[in-house]
Design a protein around this ligand. Structure first.
Ligand SMILES: Cc1ncc(COP(=O)(O)O)c(C=O)c1O
Length: 487
């Protein structure tokens, strides 16, 4: 290519689309037109940013997006290239004129036929397009270079995870969540789900009593049920989980999501936190604190962890990389009271010896290089804007839902009038391609009806358009109720 791509790219700061989106679209067009031919190197982010007079971050994000969509491929040490396989397939099938539609169809088929993607408004989904995949790959290369083939062997002494990751996570949790821990207490698990499963098998026997939030997280409920334990549903109000005040109340284990109750969104108040910790100390119960999305607070920082208030070693703290990074990474962690470390290690080693070490070493590098913190900041900013768009759309469209907990997280629960059937609403929305689970789906006992919306994985325009479809579905329903045609 004789010309530098920058001379063919026009960006307009007055357009609605971000510079990053405009740049990604322009680069795709250059690929489709073979101006950037298969196998060609693309300019470095620094050069292109300089030529276009935009920030280097904008170029890096646009490149990351094109890597994610398969247009570009990183090559260790040599830079970024136009992907050969994808473009050959596309361009051999079509002429230039319809290249663009074929590309989108090809990319869409690639995603939809083999692998699923979240549809609006599936809860608990990060926007993986924000993830800096190229940077992650560089960290992976760096980890492989540092540890060489040692990383490829069995490392049975690393049952609880890669030591540098355990150390760096211990520091992160002490500083950001007030968690009291030494790194030897941090165990890396295959998602927080594995931690729940292992803890269930370590701490429970058939007929053990497990008090859990109701409505509550199904992943946890299924783990307790596997052991034959008895579930004791505990109600939620605006202050979070409300344990029965009766002093004779007992449970071997209490499961809670205090930062942001899943799925309602209520935050456990300080007085309830103190009484929960006091209950555990008095009765020798275990508390499992699942802190699954506390990184996402938009207006004020979250309360420190429940574990930080515990002086009896009865609180087990669980976290996950599924929301802050991406869910298929399958990395979670648990901070164990010192008294449980040995038994947990023994159980984990029977299950799978140890987890995948290349990803753990990569993650340690990613955190130590500061990329973890910048990604959290970038995601928090994007999700904060999406939360605003969501709330504005819901109120403009006069949806018959109330959203009492709108201060953070990745999901918003909209409560319906108590006469409504939330499963019927959810099914109706599903029939038009919108996925919003009913609150009752998470409940053991009858609960106030509601719908659980996830807002983080969807761009603002998608949210606005999908909310209009939700509103139309509600309008159709109301007309149907009054005996009028529902269309
Ligand atoms: C309450 C709660 N805990 C934990 C998780 C994360 O699970 P994992 O780390 O297994 O992906 C989720 C995911 O949706 C969740 O909602």
């Amino acid at each position: 290519m004789s010309k530098r791509p920058a001379t063919l790219i026009v960006l307009d700061r007055n357009k609605r689309e971000s510079l990053q989106t405009q740049l990604a679209v322009s680069l795709k067009e250059l690929v489709q037109a073979r101006v950037l031919a298969p196998g060609a190197a693309v300019p470095s982010s620094r050069d292109l940013a300089g030529d276009l007079r935009i920030s280097r971050n904008t170029v890096i994000q646009a490149y990351d997006r094109l890597i994610g969509e398969g247009y570009l491929e990183p090559s260790a040490r040599r830079g970024l290239f136009v992907s050969e396989s994808l473009t050959e397939k596309i361009l051999s099938r079509t002429g230039l004129s319809n290249a663009s539609t074929t590309v989108s169809r090809f990319v869409f088929q690639q995603n939809s036929e083999k692998l699923g993607m979240p549809v609006p408004f599936r809860p608990c989904q990060p926007d993986v397009r924000l993830f800096p995949l190229a940077l992650w790959n560089r960290m992976r290369t760096r980890a492989l270079r540092s540890y060489g083939t040692h990383l490829l062997h069995y490392q049975s002494e690393l049952t609880l995870g890669f030591p540098s990751l355990r150390r760096t996570l211990a520091t992160y949790l002490r500083e950001s969540r007030g968690v009291q821990c030494d790194w030897h207490q941090v165990a890396i698990t295959t998602g927080s789900q594995q931690a729940l499963y292992l803890l269930a098998h370590l701490l429970l026997r058939p007929e053990s009593r497990v008090a859990m939030e109701d409505p509550g997280y199904l992943g946890a409920r299924f783990a307790w049920q596997r052991t034959g334990a008895r579930l004791i549903p505990v109600s939620i109000d605006a202050e979070g989980m409300r344990l029965p005040p009766d002093k004779r109340f007992s449970a071997e284990l209490v499961y809670t999501t205090p930062s942001r109750q899943f799925p309602t969104g209520a935050c456990l108040s300080l007085s309830r936190r103190l009484s929960l910790v006091e209950f555990a100390a008095r009765t020798n119960a275990w508390i499992i604190e699942d802190d699954y999305d506390s990184e996402f607070r938009y207006s004020r920082p979250p309360l420190p962890s429940l574990q930080s208030l515990d002086s009896s070693g009865r609180v087990i703290y669980i976290g996950s990389m599924s929301k802050v990074l991406f869910p298929s990474l399958r990395i979670g962690y648990v901070v164990l009271p010192a008294s449980l470390v040995q038994e947990f290690t023994a159980l984990r080693s029977v299950l799978d010896d140890h987890g995948p070490l290349i990803d753990q070493a990569t993650l340690a590098q990613f955190i130590d290089a500061g990329a973890f913190y910048s990604h959290i900041r970038r995601s928090r900013r994007a999700y904060g804007e999406r939360l605003q768009t969501f709330i504005e759309s819901a109120s403009k469209l006069l949806l018959p839902l109330s959203f009492p907990y709108i201060d953070g997280g990745m999901n918003l629960t909209g409560f319906l009038d108590s006469t409504e059937d939330d499963r019927e609403c959810s099914d109706r929305l599903k029939s038009i391609g919108i996925e919003i689970p009913a609150l009752s789906q998470y409940s053991l006992r009858p609960t106030r009806p509601g719908l659980v919306f996830g807002f983080t994985a969807f761009e603002q325009r998608t949210t606005q358009e999908s909310m209009k479809r939700v509103a139309l579905a509600f309008q159709g329903r109301r007309k149907g109720h009054r005996g009028e045609p529902a269309h």
